[in-house]
Design a protein around this ligand. Sequence first.
Ligand code: HEM
Length: 339
Amino acid sequence: MRIAPTKLETFRDDFSYTNSDFAIERFPFPFPQDDYMYSVNIEPHTLPGPVDSVYEHLIDVDEHYLSEMRERSLVLEEMPKRCLAMPHMELACWDMIDRCMTTMAEDYPEWFSLTKNGDQWHWHNKLLKIEDTFTFGDSSTLPMPPMEYMGRQVQGDFALLDQRDGDLFMDAGVVTCPADWSIAFDAGMGFKEWHGPVPMANEMGIFDRALKYLCAIPVNRPVRRLNWTLTVNARMDTSPETYSKWGSDRTTLTPENIGKKIYLRVELQMMDRMPRSNALMMSIRTYLASMEDLCSNPEWARRLHRVMKGLPQPLVEYKGLTRYHPMLVEWLSQFDPVN
Ligand code: HEM
């Protein structure tokens, strides 16, 4: 059964973040085979998904909700520009409010409630003790701009993409737990432009095909894909803006601590068409689990060894693993009879 979010953990300083057995069991393990290469790995986000899985609802609210919301508020306090919305994205932001509030209230009635009376809406977030009545579409009736208001109450980063001329433009977003990219830098860019630093995928035609697929997504047919990287310590905010805080973490790894300190960082990416604005909402939900926790599952442990060992060098470099990749492969080899 889904665990109520009661704990308050940290993703910085003392890193008190931990996963329950339940969280490890439902972890979205991203490797269906013994090797890994980029692909157009998009599939329908068919709802409801399997009970208690991360795919059960449009938006997964889990045991880390309170901790992740506090982390978001810490980042926004230091760097308010990690949330931005260009003026023409106002309607898309309200679409996001509607989609998030409506589904969260339906899927988790014990934690959230929404009452609509024409355009007078009443929202109650019992977990964060937030209660507001506002006029839908009128930003002056909310305590803060709509993107920030919703972003502070839903786990995962969000980007709102404006669709025009057969392309998607990153014109709004709240991004406080990125895997080394910046919304301020990518703002206004098109799909292939913001994907510019990714090796190999463009040459493989992946971005051409993915963009066509995304531009054709209709309302009420959300899709999803998994992406992954590795992070030292359970640090959510690995942004270029804070590189000076986390870049040197890589130098602290030893064969003795690598199983505890390296986290598999999986992004459950969900893309959903917005009905009023025609924007595409992209949620990037990050799940963190330590190598040690993941390796309590022998199948995952063996697979992690094989995937990491065979990872193409350009991906090792792009994902920032170069310095510790051999040490990790060596550590993982203890779980694989064929090594
Ligand atoms: C429209 C929604 C999407 C957004 C907002 C988005 C955004 C991003 C961003 C910001 C990056 C980091 C680029 C950098 O290094 O600066 C990235 C990486 C990447 N994206 Fe996307 N993306 C989207 C959809 C997709 C889709 C549909 C695919 C493929 C089917 C895809 C494939 C990739 C790949 C392979 C990487 C490299 C990831 C890694 O190795 O860690 N993206 N994306």
